[in-house]
Design a binder for this molecule. Structure first.
Ligand SMILES: [Zn+2]
Length: 190
């Protein structure tokens, strides 16, 4: 069986970190079992990295847990996109990547040093292109977004441009808890 890029994304989905204020010990309407948290849906790198061969990754990419440079031309950061739950506390959280301009990236980069983190307060919201394909949505690659740097060791918050794309609508209006649960069941091994 050939492995499609989408399948590879799914295979590489990571992240079992509890979302903040996730409900504890709830009985799942999908599988009937008790879960402790709503897992985050996370990506180890931007799409370009995900679909690259091992050789290409070694030659062309400089990837860390928070940053990625591709061929010295394309610059990405890992951030957090959150869909608020409409009917209880918490969020469905995605660990996803966006591109940044070279200028934005290199203004941002020094603040990953702990002693410089305070400088993030000076950073304006930065424009980016959403750089992952989220399963279960119409294509999300290259959606426009703004990247909001945060202090306190938090990854930047990614805010999608206000459009009628379901992910953008979900970010603004939230989604019901049962929909979030169904989503993680469909796309993670919960
Ligand atoms: Zn379940």
């Amino acid at each position: 069986m050939t492995t499609s890029p989408v399948r590879r994304f799914l295979d590489r989905l990571t992240g079992r970190r509890p979302a903040p204020a996730a409900p504890k010990g709830w009985v799942c309407a999908v599988c009937g079992q008790t879960h402790d948290d709503l897992p985050a849906v996370g990506f180890l790198g931007p799409l370009a990295w995900e679909v690259a061969s091992e050789q290409e990754r070694a030659d062309d990419f400089d990837l860390t847990t928070d940053t990625c440079i591709w061929k010295d031309e394309h610059h990405f950061v890992r951030g957090v996109l959150e869909l608020p739950l409409t009917d209880r506390e918490g969020v469905l959280s995605f660990g996803v990547w966006t591109s940044l301009s070279r200028d934005s990236f290199f203004r941002y980069l020094p603040t990953f040093e702990e002693e410089n983190e305070g400088d993030r307060i000076e950073l304006p919201p930065m424009f980016g292109w959403f750089s992952n394909s989220l399963p279960g949505y119409p294509e999300t690659l290259s959606l426009k977004c703004m990247v909001h740097a945060r202090t306190g060791g938090l990854r930047p918050l990614i805010e999608l441009e206000e459009t009628d794309h379901p992910l953008s609508v979900g970010q603004r209006q939230g989604i019901p808890f049962r929909e979030a649960v169904a989503y993680v069941h469909a796309h993670l091994d919960l």
